[in-house]
Design a protein around this ligand. Sequence first.
Ligand code: CP
Length: 304
Amino acid sequence: MWDGPHLLSTHRPDAAELRALLGRAHDETFEPDALTGRAVATVFFEDSTRTRVSFSLAGQRLGAKVVDWSSRGSSISKGETMMDTFWTIESMGFDVVVVRHQDSGAARLLADNAHCAVINAGDGTHQHPTQALTDALALGEALGRDGDWDFSGLRVAIVGDCVSSRVARSNVGLMTALGAEVVLVGPEPMAPADLGEALGCTVSADFDAELARADAVMMLRIQLERNAGLLLPEGFDYHAGYGLTRERAARMQDHAVVMHPGPMNRGVEIEGVVADGPRSLIRRQVAAGVRVRMAVLDEAVRRL
Ligand code: CP
């Protein structure tokens, strides 16, 4: 998971290291001035609400100077490249750059050419490691697995536009490393068999069958910005087929929880009453994101 000071993916994480990081985020065992004298830049070529704000807040809580940069309103409009933008910002003396970009592999390219730590805050359809850490923290706390972070026996269904989703890819790697069983669920073009084979998990088109077996149901937005709308036949009633309605939520196991990384499209992949209902961890996921990003920034700086 860690590559020197860089956090780029959840690919083959060291389970002990991963559990230790979740433990630190859970216990909030941070020195309040762990990042005093350090500078953190959030460099976002793609829009964000929760990832960006939580990284900024996490850095500030640990005493860092935090600067937020976004491509909108920047010299990107004058033809400056991603690499030159990154070097420009790095040259100002940042210790950590948190980057989001629409191209898969962008974070790796920057890290391979960086002197600072690079944290991947989402690259294309590839990876979003701190979202998966956030989801694991919220799930472990909700289901009482926050002692040993052993998710053995848990079944996590990730439902919807899996093929477009960096959150799905990161979660398969991370949840599996913690011992959970993961199934990708959706219409075949959104949860194709070869995606499951590549990630090492099962796939299913039968949402209702999986719903009854899952301990956690993680709903995903249809990523229209990645042309996911073209994956479905014209006139396909997505909400009827794969939306988490109140009727479906009522058929989940008593203890089972509902998750969503956000942003949500209420009335499409999830009905509003379910998102706001007693099974929902969605706001707890957002809150967990701040603690996870504190732990990640703290660890990145230790590794510099
Ligand atoms: N989950 C997530 O990455 O949300 P944002 O796009 O708002 O950061």
